[in-house]
Design a protein around this ligand. Structure first.
Ligand code: IVH
Length: 691
């Protein structure tokens, strides 16, 4: 940090400001552009606060490119208009290899190379699914940024663009061009989109349909302080007006120059030759599409040599030298044919939209969960509606939104489009449906007397992470129930070979295999058995904690609420679920029969230690300098703490090492305390006193 600007005394405020800005800009670049953070967050915050303090005291040192100016300016009344000196055009589309062949032929004809065998070299890039913007740099300083608008003029969204940390406020060069207009795409990363919608959902607010809409809404937000809270990203893909900037010979080299100036350019870009090369890139990028951190809707091919681009020129509003090759859509419009209500293992009622089959994201989708009553109401999905169905990546398909404009008389409650209502009696057994205060789920009140709950409970009992009875899937459980061969999990251990013989697709061999699988599931460890019981609010981790703490099922069943709450993360609600479960005579008798069958074996009680980390929940992310993940976990558990896989409001600490994942960002978002290895050791030794 000793790099004072020439002329300033090394310890002057001016020199310190320079040094702080350099360090913060460097950290921003590494974090947001290279995705390889080096500065711990606490240190970054400290530098930023110091810079803010000096600037407050010495307003003469303030400058528009200071990193303190990214936080979001005052709200605007309207956006000013910005004319594009060089119009921002759109791209023609290719939907098939034949379209690509035709494009390449037009290019070769245009360059009079169709006769020869010379293949064309193309710069190839993802087609980012966001919004086009132009960034204006005057003498290296970011002076303005605008949306594409109608291509000839757009809106001045400079204040919002300043909040995008990966966009440099000053180009990284000692010899900046007089003018450089950088063009590229503003988008929202999938992880940032999910987080934004999670927060909206928590607040009961409307969610965004997709990352693109979220990015558009944030970029065109008149209050930059709101944009600053919604993390946007930017990728450059070209230049507009340039002065004093010597353009290299190829588009690929232009991109390299932009990267040198520390503008974000995608790592996914490459160079390909001829149609075969383009198709190889298209396939390879398509295979990775789902795992990219952002949505793309195709690949863009651009004739690489700029001189050739100039020869080819434009047709109407699109260049002849470039084309967008589209992937199949991840969003489609379809109709809701019905909204069914499914009953789950714990009686929770889940509304499910039955859809007119639609091919989206590579699969045919016929239904999508609507989660719960509130979610349906928030989205106001009704039978007969046209809806946007989205399936991005391997995420389960969802109804992203309703096209209200397609609902006739949308403002009226008409008999044709009645709003969804949760049934008041269970669709499976007719028992009353109850919804407790503070719960999002409405439930069937019939417990295991409800056939649907019984079936789901059995499916859960035999599932891989529970009793792990191989070969006993949903269909088979259904058949066994229908034929009255089983009613409860305990009945599984009494099944006879002859009884199985009559079942569909049950050859002798499969019957033997099934009986063997049931047989070998006896004597499961207590943790799995507790989990297999399917007690509401008792997940795998809690089951493990309970087994460890109590050692035997009898001890667990005898525990009262106070005793149960000695276990990490067991509060009054979870304790109440367990007490209610074990108080049910039906459950008691099933457990007695499972005991006779030897379904589980008890272990040793290891009452939870009241260590320095007792009751604290940790999430580990990234690589710690000298501790493996298992070692860190063991240290935490030895002090009575607990490690969980994902960050939530209940997380107390995130221990972060090098190359942390999205967990770190989520933790920052939620204001959860973040520890490096040193702070982690400190906490282990001294507990919270250390803070
Ligand atoms: S080049 C003259 N490259 O696609 C060509 N555009 O349909 C200018 N887009 O408005 C565009 N990724 O928003 C180019 N790698 C990429 C792109 C890209 C996404 C968008 C851009 C443009 C639209 C054209």
């Amino acid at each position: 940090m000793t790099n004072p600007a020439a002329g300033d005394a090394p310890d002057s405020p001016a020199a310190r400001v320079q040094a702080l800005r350099a360090a913060i800009n460097e950290a921003n670049y590494r974090y947001y552009v290279l995705d390889a953070p080096t500065l711990p967050d606490a240190e970054y915050d400290r530098l930023l606060r110091e810079l803010q303090a000096i600037e407050a005291e010495h307003p003469e040192l303030l400058s528009v490119d200071s990193p303190t100016q990214r936080v979001g300016a005052e709200p605007l009344k309207a956006f000013a208009e910005v004319a594009h000196t060089i119009p921002m055009l759109s791209l023609g589309n290719a939907f098939s290899e034949a379209d690509v062949v035709a494009f390449d032929r037009r290019v070769r004809e245009g360059l009079a190379r169709e006769a020869s065998n010379t293949e064309i070299e193309y710069a190839v890039e993802p087609k980012f699914d966001g919004l086009a913007v132009a960034l204006h740099y005057q003498n290296g300083l970011f002076v303005r940024g605008a949306t594409r608008g109608d291509g000839f003029s757009g809106e001045d969204v400079s204040a919002n663009l300043r909040t995008i940390h990966s966009i440099p406020m000053r180009l990284a060069t000692d010899d900046p061009p007089a003018w450089l207009e950088v063009r590229g795409e503003v988008l929202m990363l999938r992880s940032d989109f999910e987080r934004l919608n999670d927060i909206a959902r928590d607040k009961g607010e409307k969610t965004f349909v997709n990352p693109r809409n979220a990015a558009a809404g944030s970029l065109r937000q008149l209050d930059p302080r709101i944009s600053a809270q919604r993390r946007l990203s930017f990728f450059a893909y070209g230049v507009g007006r340039v002065e004093g900037f010597e353009l290299p010979e190829t588009h690929a080299a232009v991109m390299d120059r932009l990267a040198e100036l520390r503008l974000p350019v995608s790592d996914e870009r490459s160079v390909a030759t001829g149609v075969a090369g383009l198709m190889r890139y298209f396939t390879a990028l398509g295979e990775r599409r789902d795992s990219l951190p952002f949505d793309i809707d195709g690949a863009v091919y651009k004739v690489n040599r700029l001189a050739d681009q100039a020869v080819l020129g434009f047709v109407a509003r699109a260049p002849r030298f470039a084309i967008a090759h589209k992937y199949p859509a991840q969003e489609e419009i379809t109709q809701v044919e019905a909204i069914d209500v499914q009953v789950g293992r714990t009686g929770a009622l889940t509304p499910v939209a039955r859809l007119k089959p639609v091919f989206v994201g590579g699969v045919t989708v016929t239904n999508a969960t609507l989660h719960n009553e509130d979610e349906v109401r928030r989205k106001d999905v009704r039978v007969g509606d046209s809806v946007i169905v989205r399936r991005a990546g391997d995420v389960i398909p969802e109804v992203a939104g309703v096209l209200l404009e397609r609902r006739p008389m949308r403002d009226l409650v008409t008999p044709e489009f009645p709003p969804f209502r949760m049934p008041t009696s269970c669709p499976e057994c007719g028992a009353p449906v109850i919804r407790l205060e503070g719960e999002s789920a409405a439930r069937c009140s019939n417990g295991l007397s409800c056939p649907a709950q019984r079936k789901q409970a059995l499916i859960h009992f035999v599932s891989r992470r529970a009793m792990d009875i191989d070969g006993l899937g949903e269909k088979l459980v259904e058949q066994l129930l229908e034929r009255g061969l089983i009613r409860t999990p305990a009945d599984l251990y009494r099944l006879q070979r002859e009884e199985l013989a009559g079942l569909e697709r049950m050859a002798d061999k499969s019957a033997d295999n099934l009986l063997r699988a049931i047989e070998s599931s006896r004597g499961k460890d207590l943790a799995r058995f507790i989990y297999a019981l399917g007690i509401r609010n008792v997940g795998e981790q809690t089951a493990k904690d309970l087994a460890r703490h109590f050692g035997s099922l009898d001890a667990l069943m005898q525990a009262d609420s106070i005793a149960l709450q000695q276990v990490p993360d067991v509060g009054p609600v979870v304790a109440q679920s367990m007490l209610a479960f074990f108080a049910e005579p039906h459950n008691q008798s099933v457990i007695a029969n499972l005991r006779l069958a030897g379904a589980w074996k008890d272990g040793e009680a290891q009452p939870s230690v009241a260590g320095n980390l007792a009751g604290m929940t940790f999430v580990l992310t990234g690589t710690l300098p000298t501790l493996s993940r298992d070692q860190a976990k063991a240290l935490i558990e030895a002090e009575g703490g607990k490690v969980v896989g994902s960050v939530s409001r209940k997380t107390d600490f995130v221990v972060a090492g090098a190359d942390p994942g999205s967990k770190l960002t989520k933790a920052q978002e939620l204001g959860i305390r973040i520890l490096d290895q040193a702070a982690f050791h400190e906490l282990i030794s001294n507990g919270e006193k250390a803070k």
